[in-house]
Write a protein that binds this ligand. Structure first.
Ligand code: G3I
Length: 454
């Protein structure tokens, strides 16, 4: 067939698809905001989760992560003991695994954490002041340079203030041997190591106005007045009945923002259940949205099953990955639709579920092409699937059929889940979805990520 006739056939094919009843008209910013990440993106924020590398092989865990979140924080893998257990010998494997998983799906990464008194190898606390300064600066520099360009925000210093009314610095090898100036030095070293990463101070029990948050506030104000590089303050926001969401939560976020830093909710979890937990979660999200410099929210884990305080069931998904009322409250507060297209409802819990994916470019013309993606269940039946395609800008998807798409904030990473009728597949069975992409000058075929099943 000559080129012009190929083009005519392809265009006719695309036109027929546009007319077909199964075609979903797409505008990236109007795509159904039916996940936490896409709803948050609609508000100009990220919505993330702390992630553990050793759970990434669990299909329900990864399917939930990939479907719902557009930011990750390694829960333990970037801490000093994980990265530099032996002086100047760096072990990046587990952290790299999380970063590459996130990158391949267009998720932002928060780096947690460079200088912290906890999860610190014993060799650090044995050093002299001179050696400790050198080790601290080397750790910051080596780690940040390894991840240069890949980390959205770094918790440069974590939990350096005491609880209670003193407003004093917490005793630590850094504080005790280097004095309070260790924080300024850490931030200056961090800026030099990766000038494009946002540099945060991160702490807990600083969520309302109190002596501890006042001390952090004074430090940030001092840093800003003297030009010490600091871009953001993280509010961990670990809440339970003994430590509830403070009534001045939003006001506290706002007063820090007014100092000229971004604020981020970095480790959110709220113990409880049902509507009480849901109300608290909704209020935290609303507070962030009311503060223009509150740039994102990270929950400290995906499922209650793996929470650091699992018995308090503090997260948005229960231990079977079912959405809790708290999930619905967060999605509603973010302005999401709650319509997940009728596919996987998060009830996962199907550990044998696997799928594979194959991509074919089925038609091509000057300024567009059609792609077909076939999803095949593995040796067990599945009830949902997720496939991510990464497009080369400025390509744009114009239409998609037989699937439900959502987009990352860049508009280049498309996550597709089932339409209402093709999420459940018998063992070994297949379904396909298709799309029309406009080339806009780029002819590159999209990168197709692995298929995750539930
Ligand atoms: O991986 C080992 C495992 O091999 C061993 O068998 C087991 C036995 O105890 O320990 C496992 O390591 C545990 C690690 O979590 C991974 O699960 C450590 O003992 C445990 O101490 C560690 O807890 C972490 C805690 O930080 C340490 O301080 C939590 O997962 C993590 O959620 C928590 O996160 C902190 C933030 O970094 C800072 N803010 C508070 C937050 C909650 O405590």
């Amino acid at each position: 067939m000559s080129m012009p006739s190929v083009r005519r056939v392809a265009q006719a094919f695309a036109s027929a698809l546009l007319a077909a009843t199964t075609v979903t008209a797409l505008a990236h910013d109007a795509a159904a905001a039916d996940t936490l990440g896409s709803a948050a993106a609609g508000k100009g924020r990220y919505f993330g989760a702390a992630v553990a590398a050793n759970h990434l092989g669990e299909s329900a865990y990864t399917a939930t992560l990939d479907r719902e979140f557009n930011q990750v924080t390694p829960e333990n893998e970037m801490k000093w003991d994980a990265l530099e257990g032996t002086r100047n010998t760096f072990t990046f494997g587990a952290a790299d695994q999380i970063v590459s998983h996130a990158q391949s799906r267009g998720m932002k990464v928060r780096g947690h954490t460079l200088v912290w008194h906890s999860q610190l190898p014993s060799w650090v606390s044995g050093l002299s002041a001179t050696e400790l300064r050198s080790a601290m600066n080397n750790h910051i520099t080596q780690v940040m340079q390894h991840y240069k360009g890949k980390i959205h925000s770094w918790d440069v210093v974590n939990e350096a203030f005491q609880d209670g009314s003193s407003g004093a610095r917490r005793s630590s090898p850094f504080q005790d041997k280097l004095g309070s100036g260790f924080m300024e030095e850490a931030f200056r070293t961090a800026r030099a190591a990766d000038p494009n990463a946002k540099l945060c101070y991160n702490d807990y029990n600083t969520d309302g106005v109190n002596a501890k948050s006042n001390a952090v506030y004074a430090m940030v104000k001092d840093f800003k007045s003297r030009g010490v590089p600091i871009d953001c303050v993280g509010f961990q926001s670990h809440f339970n009945p003994a430590s509830p969401v403070p009534s001045d939560y939003q006001a506290n976020l706002q007063r820090f923002a007014d100092l000229g830093v971004d604020v981020q909710i970095t480790e959110l979890d709220i113990e409880g259940s049902g509507s009480a937990q849901a109300t608290n979660y909704g209020n935290v999200v609303k507070a962030c949205l009311a503060v223009s410099r509150c740039t994102g929210i990270t929950v400290w884990g995906i499922t209650d099953k793996y929470s650091w305080r699992s018995s308090g069931t503090p997260l948005l998904f229960d231990s079977n990955y079912a959405k809790k009322p708290a999930y619905d409250a967060v999605l509603a507060a973010l302005g999401g639709s709650g319509n997940d297209g009728g596919g996987d409802d998060g009830g996962g819990g199907n550990p044998g579920a696997t799928c594979t994916v194959a991509f074919t470019r089925t038609a091509d013309w000057n300024d567009g092409y059609n792609g077909e993606v076939t999803v095949k269940a593995g040796s067990a039946p599945i009830t949902g699937w997720t496939v991510t395609l990464t497009f080369t800008p400025p390509q744009k998807v114009a239409t998609l059929w037989n699937g439900t798409p959502s987009w990352d904030s860049s508009g280049s990473v498309m996550t597709v889940r089932p339409a209402s009728y093709n999420g459940s597949l018998a063992a070994g069975a297949s379904t396909s979805f298709g799309f029309t992409a406009m080339k806009n000058g780029s002819n590159t075929t999209p990168t197709v990520g692995t298929c995750t099943a539930s």
